[in-house]
Design a protein around this ligand. Structure first.
Ligand code: ATP
Length: 345
């Protein structure tokens, strides 16, 4: 069941939470709404769910317009950040709750509860209460409960925010596995870019109530269309400069870097994005030369920042230690020209 969002706007008093948002979630796909706090992602999800009403615009599931359809008739599953389990009920009772409301035969309820708990890896924990489970397990129960009703779409609002880093990674893979196994259409809200890049078919990057770019994770990371997207997703250095005839870029600070190939027509002012992994330390034939101002150990690699003569700072990845103050030469194996300047994240 695909989801179509067209021209959705929403204001709360003086605050514009959403401004004419268009988004299509293809059937069976997982789309994340990625953005910083306050960008409107939760409001958009809540409008899709029916918890909130849009001022203008429409939401459709397939051909069904949802304007007059209340939450409980939308056939959605919703997973909250806070789990929202009934503390006095057992795990099995929590998952069975909605099924009982539908007055399904007892045996059918039991079978669906068992299947749901097996899917999230909680077989054997049926009689525990939420308070006797870890955060990750509680969110698994919430997921099983949301899916037990066999909804048309699954909506998740920062479901992993309360978990520690290692568990978050494990759980996001679980969520992706389950989403793919069930083939359910899903919308997932997060401010965590790694999470979005790993689990999504499509990522919609939001900024100030608008979608700046929607694309496959690789497109968002490798081909950002705006400076905001480039700077929000991953580490990036953005160099603004004027293209010179010989594959160079004259930067505002006065320095010229040689990119090896033209970043546009000569004379054009462009934004060039450089990822740390696209830069390489070299002893000779450097395209950029700078002074190391910061160096941090990150386990599998090190990331350092060099300041160019004009003051621009460039982040690059390397192995082995580097001392602050050292002069380094860099070559850019790859760079991306970012079309629209929408500011930095
Ligand atoms: P977070 O990650 O912090 O939840 P978000 O991207 O999900 O942020 P929203 O919760 O959608 O953002 O909020 C968007 C804007 O609308 C914010 O400025 C927020 O303060 C405002 N807002 C959201 N809900 C309400 C409300 N019920 N009343 C007033 N303002 C609201």
């Amino acid at each position: 069941m695909d989801i179509s969002i067209e021209g959705v706007s929403k204001t709360f008093g003086e605050t514009t939470a959403l401004e004419s948002v268009d988004l299509r979630v293809p059937s069976g796909r997982l789309v994340t709404l990625l953005g910083a706090s306050g960008c409107g992602k939760t409001t958009l999800l809540r409008i899709v769910a029916g918890f909130e009403t849009a001022d203008t615009g429409s939401v459709r599931f397939g051909e069904r317009d949802l304007a007059k359809v209340p939450v409980w008739k939308r056939r959605i599953g919703f997973v909250f950040q806070s789990y929202a389990l009934w503390p006095h009920m057992t795990v099995a009772e929590n998952v069975a709750y909605g099924l009982r409301l539908r007055k399904l035969p007892k045996e059918e309820v039991a079978a669906k509860v068992a299947a749901g708990l097996a899917m999230v890896g909680l077989t054997g924990r049926e009689q525990r209460r939420p308070g006797q489970l870890s955060g990750g397990q509680q969110q698994r129960v919430a997921l099983a409960r949301a899916l037990a009703l066999e909804p048309d779409v699954l909506l998740m609002d920062e479901p992993l925010s309360n978990l520690d880093a290692k568990l978050r990674v494990e759980m996001r893979r679980e969520i992706r596995r389950i989403q793919q196994e069930t083939g359910i259409t899903a919308v997932y809200v997060t401010h965590d870019q790694d999470e979005a890049l790993e689990i999504s078919d499509l990522v919609a990057v939001m900024n100030g109530g608008r979608i700046e770019q929607i694309g496959a994770p690789e497109d968002i990371y490798d081909r950002p269309e705006t400076t905001f997207v480039a700077s929000f997703v991953g580490t990036v250095t953005l160099l603004k400069g004027k293209v010179t005839g010989d594959g160079g870029l004259a930067l505002g600070g006065g320095a010229t870097v040689n990119l090896g190939r033209p970043a546009g027509a000569p004379g054009a002012v462009v934004n060039v994005a450089l990822r740390p992994e696209d830069l390489r330390l070299v002893d000779e034939h450097a395209q950029l030369t700078g002074t190391v101002v910061r160096s941090s150990f990150q386990g599998s690699s090190r990331e350092s920042v060099a300041e160019l003569p004009g003051g621009e700072q460039v982040a690059f990845e390397h192995r082995g230690p580097l001392t602050t103050g050292a002069t380094v030469g860099l070559v850019a194996d790859r760079f991306t020209v970012v079309e629209r300047d929408t500011g930095l994240a």
